[in-house]
Design a protein around this ligand. Sequence first.
Ligand SMILES: NC(=O)c1ccc[n+]([C@@H]2O[C@H](COP(=O)([O-])OP(=O)(O)OC[C@H]3O[C@@H](n4cnc5c(N)ncnc54)[C@H](OP(=O)(O)O)[C@@H]3O)[C@@H](O)[C@H]2O)c1
Length: 270
Amino acid sequence: MKTILITGASSGIGKETAILFAEKGWNVAATMRSPEKLSIFAENRNISTYLLDVKNKDSIRECIQHVIQDFSKIDAIVNNAGIYTINPLELSSDEIIDDILETNIKGVLYTTKAILEHFRENKSGVIVNISSIAGRATFPFQSVYHTSKWAIEGFSESLYYELEPIGIKVKVVEPGVVKTELYNSVLDSPLEQYPDEYRDRFKKSHHSLINNYKNGYSPKQDAQTIYKAVNSRNSKLRYPSDNTTKLAFFLRALLPLSVFQKIIKRLNGI
Ligand SMILES: NC(=O)c1ccc[n+]([C@@H]2O[C@H](COP(=O)([O-])OP(=O)(O)OC[C@H]3O[C@@H](n4cnc5c(N)ncnc54)[C@H](OP(=O)(O)O)[C@@H]3O)[C@@H](O)[C@H]2O)c1
């Protein structure tokens, strides 16, 4: 039986990915940062839960060692844990900027670094990094989040060259707008405190985001995309998860940037 380790498996895409891989007969090491959530898969025999906070290097190393001890081999990891923000940069707290960079970028780099010796010794392994539609296209007031997801795209693309010759695959899964808990922290915004220069435009962009979120698709779809990426026999790097993301990337690559920017402004009503 193969074994997969997933970060941020306590909700959303990570949780659905754990459930799907278990259904398909994999051993699943579902890792999460919150001890009180460790029992969420108690009913599922193929899913074992572990503590792993991607902001804590000791926690990453200890968790990976623990999973290797339990299953003797890890075949794939999914760097899924992530957080989100939407705000004008000027109004983004230093704490949220640091949190995004530490969770969404450093968390992925340190978790990947920690698994590499094991994968190299096995001459095999699959690394799936969860990027986003926000990893290759851009939207207003999301500069901090974009910084993290564009970083993951470049990181993965470079790592692909480095690891392919030694049998380790790198995959990037790119979800669109998914109905998960990711947006819980940004549902309300204290708009009355915003300077005039930002308020109306931010309100429209925020409204458009929340509308898209309400019509978002199920994280089960991304779990299917991750399953496809992990089990692929070829070395394809990128897996956009839904048609909107595919269209956005197609237009971004095809159109002059100035035309793409006009479309984004119109879609955001700004
Ligand atoms: N939802 C979307 O529309 C969307 C679109 C594109 C990309 N993505 C990406 O998909 C990934 C999963 O997000 P989601 O939509 O499934 O959101 P979610 O339901 O909020 O899940 C995020 C998970 O990450 C965990 N997490 C956050 N900080 C962590 C840390 N320091 N250490 C370990 N785990 C941590 C959360 O744990 P807690 O339960 O303890 O908070 C949660 O389990 C993220 O990388 C996100 O950027 C999502």
